[in-house]
Design a protein around this ligand. Structure first.
Ligand code: GCO
Length: 444
């Protein structure tokens, strides 16, 4: 038997948003009805995706969205965070794909009808391939193209949206996509990562201007992923290495957006690795945000290496891990929130993603994902503790509603609270969904 969720008082307030999240490429399918994106191309590269799969069908949400939204409602969530697929909206010739816009408008209308708040992300990694062909995020023009796309979306969606996110996890787009090449477009080179990151951050800032112009009353912000870094030992070298890892992976994104400055690390980068910063860029990037979205999954231990480098250690053998081999460490979320709170002058925060992959099995029509139930409960507890210490957190979104296309892992890693049978497209709420739902209903 899976234990029930204990009611967490701090998160039980009516003004605390409880939501569930997805992203377009990971669930929609229907790729033939839009322009190709960098992930379509990347999926064709032999060995790039573990199970050699792609996003052509995914969860077929493009056709099953009504039942998926009914499910979100039945489970009792207040809000749904999803993303708009850029190449479903803008065509290679620059025209707008009205069919693409209509798809999202139908979803927004249905959410509104059911009283579910729509948290809309404009970029969850699907750069149109026609823009990658011009250099993608290494080309400054891509940031302006993103702002144009944001204008089309914000104009069409009007007041049906509760909050906008410009970008989801620019670290992944920049570092995983353009520096170590494990995500689309698969470019490899130390000289690329931070250049791509700068153009992504610029895109965020330019889109913030557009959103402020078109829908000043809709809260808009940025979603960043954070790992909490700890030194592997208490040696000075490991402590320094930890600060360096944090500067590269966390502050490189948070600091420009929140303070208008890159971390001091900028000065020590070899010239070839520095971004090209034009006058005025940092002011654009640091436009005030209504909120910051925090995605948290795990922590990492950092060890110093010769030459002032660092290494992120894999989890120790004796710690609990998820199917991604990510350590389960709820305290890391509390520590992270307190660290952000102490180091920055923060806008309100939302936990925009938190969840885990488990090797779920269907038995007698049920999925007993008790590790996930505990994971969610303990991480929500960590959020509550941070709030009790003064951190202003306004909501929490579970990643993810559905098992889906987990990027380079294909369909092998299941993050959903709802199981998806990818042959039949049948949805089956796991115990985590059912337990959360009981709690959400008591809370209402
Ligand atoms: C991310 C993305 C999600 C992932 C999730 C699990 O954080 O990487 O936003 O699309 O699926 O994080 O890896």
């Amino acid at each position: 038997m899976t234990k029930s969720f204990t009611l967490n008082k701090v998160l039980s307030g009516a003004d605390f948003t409880m939501g569930v999240a997805t992203s377009s490429f990971q669930i929609e399918g229907a790729s033939e009805l839009r322009e190709p994106c960098i992930w379509d191309t990347f999926c064709q590269v032999p060995g790039a995706v573990k199970d050699s799969s792609d996003g052509r069908t995914a969860c077929d949400h493009y056709h099953l969205w009504q039942q998926d939204i009914a499910l979100i409602d039945e489970l009792g969530f207040d809000a749904y965070r999803f993303s708009v697929c850029w190449p479903r909206i803008i065509c290679a010739d620059g025209s707008v794909n009205q069919q693409g816009l209509s798809f999202y408008l139908a979803i927004l209308n249905e959410l509104q009808r059911r009283g579910i708040k729509a948290y809309v992300t404009l970029y969850h990694w699907e750069l149109p391939q026609f823009l990658e062909d011009e250099g993608g995020w290494l080309n400054r023009e891509t940031a302006y193209a993103f702002a144009d796309y944001a204008r089309v979306v914000a104009t069409a969606f009007g007041d049906k949206v509760s909050a906008y996110t410009t970008l989801n996890e620019p670290y992944c787009s920049a570092f995983l996509g353009y520096e170590i090449g494990v995500h689309a477009p698969g470019k490899v080179g130390k000289q690329y990562g931070k250049k791509a990151a700068h153009h992504l951050l610029l895109a965020h800032g330019l889109a913030m201007q557009v959103l402020t112009d078109i829908c000043p009353d809709i809260p808009s912000g940025l979603v960043l992923n954070f790992t909490t870094y700890y030194p592997a030992t208490q040696s000075d070298a490991d402590k320094q290495a930890t600060l360096l890892a944090k500067a590269h992976f966390n502050d490189w994104y948070a600091s420009p957006a929140l303070t208008g400055q890159y971390p001091p690390l900028l000065e020590s980068l070899p010239a070839a690795e520095r971004p090209v910063i034009e006058p005025g860029d940092m002011a654009i990037i640091s436009a005030p945000m209504a909120y910051l979205g925090v995605n948290y999954y795990t922590r990492a231990l950092v060890q110093a290496c010769p030459g002032g480098h660092f290494e992120i250690l894999p989890p120790a053998d004796n710690v609990p891990v998820t199917a991604m081999n990510w350590e389960i460490y709820p305290q890391g979320l509390r520590d992270l929130l307190l660290q952000l709170h102490n180091e920055y002058d923060l806008p309100p925060l939302f936990i925009t993603e938190n969840g885990m992959a488990e090797d779920d099995v269907v038995q007698n029509g049920q999925v007993h994902d008790k590790v996930r139930v505990n994971y969610l409960q303990h991480h929500m507890q960590a959020v509550a503790e941070a709030m009790e210490h003064g951190v202003d957190v306004r909501g929490y979104f579970v990643w993810s509603l559905l098992d889906n296309f987990e990027w380079a892992e294909g369909y092998l890693k299941r993050f959903g609270i709802v199981h998806v049978d990818f042959d039949t497209q049948q949805r089956l709420p796991k115990q985590s969904a059912l337990k959360l739902s009981e709690w959400l209903k008591q809370r209402r």
